[in-house]
Design a protein around this ligand. Structure first.
Ligand SMILES: *[C@@H]1O[C@H](CO)[C@@H](O)[C@H](O)[C@H]1NC(C)=O
Length: 341
């Protein structure tokens, strides 16, 4: 006869086992040089495939690693499903905004937040045997600004990025801070207008002498964004289309969902933008479209040939399973933090 205690232990064991199979968020200290004292959290599935990809997911101003992990599905669900490592960096400085203003952060190997994040990537490549050619990044608001910063300063580290409601690389250069409270507001207000050549020159100056590839960029923005103006999407597009030497090709309306227009540059493998009609600062992270772009799902809109990374028995989710954008409300509400959500 099975005693109640044995049964309880058995149930606890099953429960613990199912918990262990989901990638929970764990803090990592001592990941390497950390010039600005930021935090590293990681969600790594128990059964990673060989040479997994890495996705760095960066929170908005006022947010945290835990908040962004809870808000999107990259670490909570998709890391397990597709077998990648999700890194959630966190900062508590400057109203929890990433440093996109100092020359340290904007310069290759210059220090500050960008170098700390890159050292998290290097740690994860080493620890999980991850594929250095499949390191990706995404973020919202301040995290999207940081995605642009890293694309400019560390093009050798990141293969692709997806930025939700961001600004071009260097837009905040020289600003006294990177938060709405501390920053020069011109960039957030869409008043830093430059030519593609000027923006691209700024990118090139971040890493002089570098002649390799730059990250493929997927850029999202709402037309009704009052925190970081829609004009900044145009500035990002000018920047990265110039860097990648591509020009506007076509629009695809109602893509990926109603009300969004996909703007394709060149053959669509290097730069793609998504414009959300009447969408505000909060743009849902559309994880499936992002994973397609990174080539992690093995199909879809991504430019690179999809690398099948998922393990057997974990079939890729159909794109249609992504939640409709309308059911994903802003989390910030009336007290929403600027550059946050
Ligand atoms: C493409 O879509 C964007 C966003 O809706 C719009 O601003 C632009 O005018 C469109 N371009 C063309 C050529 O239709």
């Amino acid at each position: 006869m099975i005693s109640t205690t044995t049964l309880q232990h058995g149930l606890v064991g099953i429960f613990a086992a199912s918990l262990a199979s989901a990638a929970s968020l764990v803090q990592v200290t001592n990941f390497g040089a950390n010039p600005s004292g930021i935090q590293m959290y990681v969600a790594a599935p128990a059964n990673l495939p060989a040479k997994p990809a890495i996705i760095v997911a960066m929170h908005p101003c006022g947010g945290s690693a835990q908040q962004y992990y809870n808000e999107n599905k990259f670490g909570r669900q998709l890391a397990d499903q597709y077998g990648f490592v999700a890194i959630y960096p966190g900062t508590t400085k400057d109203f929890n905004c990433w440093d996109a203003a100092t020359s340290a952060s904007l310069t290759h190997n210059g220090g500050s937040d960008s170098q700390g994040i890159v050292n998290m990537v290097k740690y994860a490549i080493d620890k999980y045997g991850a594929d250095p050619s499949r390191v990706y990044m995404t973020g919202s608001s301040s995290g999207a600004i940081m995605t642009n910063v890293l694309a400019g300063a560390y093009p050798d580290v990141f293969a692709a990025g997806a930025a939700f409601s961001g600004m071009p690389y260097g837009c905040l250069a020289g600003s006294p801070g990177s938060s709405p409270i501390s920053a020069d507001p011109a960039c957030a207000n869409g008043q830093k207008i430059k030519s593609g050549a000027e923006w691209a020159a700024q990118v090139k100056a971040a890493y002089p002498g570098y002649s390799g590839k730059y990250p493929r960029m997927q850029l999202w923005h709402g037309t009704a964004d009052t925190v970081i103006r829609y004009q900044d999407l145009d500035e990002e597009v000018k920047q990265w289309s110039t860097v990648h030497s591509v020009t506007f090709t076509r629009n695809v309306t109602n893509s990926p969902t109603n009300g969004y227009t996909q703007m394709v540059y060149g053959d669509g493998t290097q730069v793609v933008a998504y414009s959300g009609a009447n969408v505000g600062h909060y743009v849902p992270t559309n994880e499936q479209v992002v994973l397609d772009w990174f080539g992690i799902t093995g199909g879809g809109s991504g430019g690179s040939p999809g690398t099948p990374t998922s393990t057997a028995g974990n079939p890729p989710q159909p794109t249609t399973s992504a939640p409709p954008v309308t059911t994903n409300p802003p989390t910030g509400g009336p007290t929403q933090t600027q550059y946050g959500q």
